[in-house]
Design a protein around this ligand. Structure first.
Ligand code: ADP
Ligand code: ZN
Length: 198
């Protein structure tokens, strides 16, 4: 990292960790939050409640690392759960929040909080995902990580969605809870999207 990510003044900021699935966004968020705790700063980590069977759950990386988090279904809830002692806020899976998350992140940063965001920059079609493009523009710091393309071994920047072993169609909904599908990290060349009917 080319910059120093410690809270050195009363000024807050926004940093975004982005890239495709498996690139290490959650790992990196967990690493940064651990260091915040070592520095004895107060931190709270949030994630979207996309599955309402769990009211509270951890941020868990694909390599099995985890850290305690609070699931919220609306961005406003994040503000409600903060108090003046909080130095740092981490949010995972930021792409699943509504656009209101943008103002919430700006407000927290303006109030002196270091805001660490992690989320997908693109959906399975390769299109910019939800509020992430705007957050990338507003952030002071951006890290775009790469996974490894499972087809050719080059750096992967995209998330391949497979439904019953075949590339998903452009028209398939971005969120399909409960469907039997898998996601893979792929590079631009190996990423496939079946053309939609429109
Ligand atoms: P993200 O939050 O970006 O989805 P995670 O932090 O959860 O990523 O997981 C990253 C870990 O995923 C890697 O350290 C590695 O152990 C594992 N992994 C599995 N498949 C791949 C892949 N194709 N490329 C890179 N890492 C992979
Ligand atoms: Zn490839």
């Amino acid at each position: 990292m080319s910059y120093v990510m410690y809270k050195i003044s009363n000024s807050g900021w926004i940093e975004v960790i982005t890239g495709p699935m498996y690139c290490g966004k959650s790992e990196e968020l967990i690493r940064r939050v651990r260091r915040v705790k070592i520095a004895k700063q107060k931190v709270k980590v949030f994630k979207p409640l996309i599955d309402d069977r769990y009211s509270k759950s951890d941020v868990v990386s694909h390599s099995g690392d985890s850290i305690e988090a609070i699931s919220v279904d609306h961005p406003e809830e994040i503000i409600k759960r903060l108090d003046n002692s909080i130095d740092v806020v981490g949010i995972d899976e930021i792409q699943f929040f509504s656009d209101e998350i943008i103002d919430i992140c700006e407000k927290m940063a303006n109030d002196g909080i270091r805001v660490i965001l992690a989320g997908l920059d693109r959906d399975f079609r390769g299109e910019p995902f939800g509020p992430v493009p705007e957050l990338l523009a507003r952030a002071e710091y951006v890290d775009k990580l790469h996974a490894i393309c499972v087809i050719c071994g080059n750096p992967a920047t995209r998330t391949q969605r497979l439904i019953n072993g075949r590339p998903a169609s452009y028209d398939d909904p971005v969120i399909l809870v409960g469907a039997s599908e898998v996601y893979e990290a792929r590079c631009r060349k190996c990423h496939q999207v079946i053309k939609g009917v429109k």
